[in-house]
Write a protein that binds this ligand. Sequence first.
Ligand code: LLP
Length: 416
Amino acid sequence: MNHFDYKQGLLYAEDVPVPVIAQAVGTPFYLYSAATLTRHFQAVDQAFADVDHITCFAVKSCSNLSILEMFGGMGSGADIVSGGELFRAVKAGIAPKKIVYSGVGKTAEELHYALTTGILMFNVESVQELAALQEVAARLNLKAPVALRVNPDVDPQTHAYISTGLASNKFGIAIEAAAHIYQAAADMANIEVVGVSCHIGSQLTTVAPFIESLHKVIGFIKELAKSGIEIKYLDMGGGLGIQYEQEKPPPPAEYAAALKEAMAGLDCTLIIEPGRVIVGNAGILVTRVIYTKATGKNFIIVDAGMNDLARPSLYNAYHDILPVLEARDDRQEADIVGPICESGDFLARGRMAPVCEPGDLLAVMSAGAYGFTMSSNYNSRPRAAEVMVKGGDFQVIRKRETFADLIRGETGSENG
Ligand code: LLP
């Protein structure tokens, strides 16, 4: 459920007609609904209300400061994967003691920054990273709270690029090899073993792979306990999918019920790192038709390209595309493409689309997760504005970039 609906044939975001915003801020722009963000955060968080848990929103999915502040206000922690994400999370007022740090390539500078910030836990992904963390922590005379990210070798049955829990993926430490690394970690002077973490992939549409990996992780935690290593935090990562097209992912309550059942009796605080399920359907990308042409095939050329929304080009991902002025009956098969100089620049291919005219507005749905955060300046295109709707009001939460922003930091005779 989201708050983007037609009223009398016009697409609204909550109580604001989308063209009113387009008129005020220009196109393209990302548009988020505060009511949807709140509802989705609470749906996930409250599904775990009866167990000791921390919801650490996955910052990479949508990292706008206003949105992070909103989640922080509802008690969210953060799952971060870079120093930049830590900077954002802290700026947004998220408590460091609710921040977990994942990722295979944390640099010494980033480890230093996170250690001095006092985050809850480092999800360490290799033996070398563990050694680097010990070294940085020793220099600072601090103890680094650590979970090893174990790789359970479970197939999440999702797109290959976003599967992370298979032995062939670069993530984590093979669960069979992890026990002796835990022993080594427990012996390190500046490391404190506090958790086990696991994230098997993104856009999962069934509960089974989560449960299969959870069983493996719980077995592993029990094994560690026998050798005297007590685990406080069990971090099961993110990954719950959303509906883009015909998928029928389990609702958060079903996912939560399955997780809770599997971990009944285990004395650990559960950490979850949801991203997409909270923000995916809470944001859309609004774009305007520039031209249309029929060259053996119908093309609708819009002002948002693969630099604004990479998912279709990168993963062949499906995003529903709706006319802001509800469709006339005439439809045609068309490719909806951006202005970028690559044939891979498309938002949809071979889609039954409304017949469009220059100036028409289109809404690319389900773009709230990994939309703006994966956007770039390719073809020297300023990044889009981000706007938040709340009831009958809207606010620009990130200004559209300017041409001056494009060359900021570059040297050149005119740019001194
Ligand atoms: N935790 C870790 C360690 C992760 O790597 C990720 C996502 C998450 C949590 C959040 O997963 P979510 O709940 O959002 O599925 N750009 C791709 C998705 C990449 C996901 C990377 N990791 C896309 O647009 O589909």
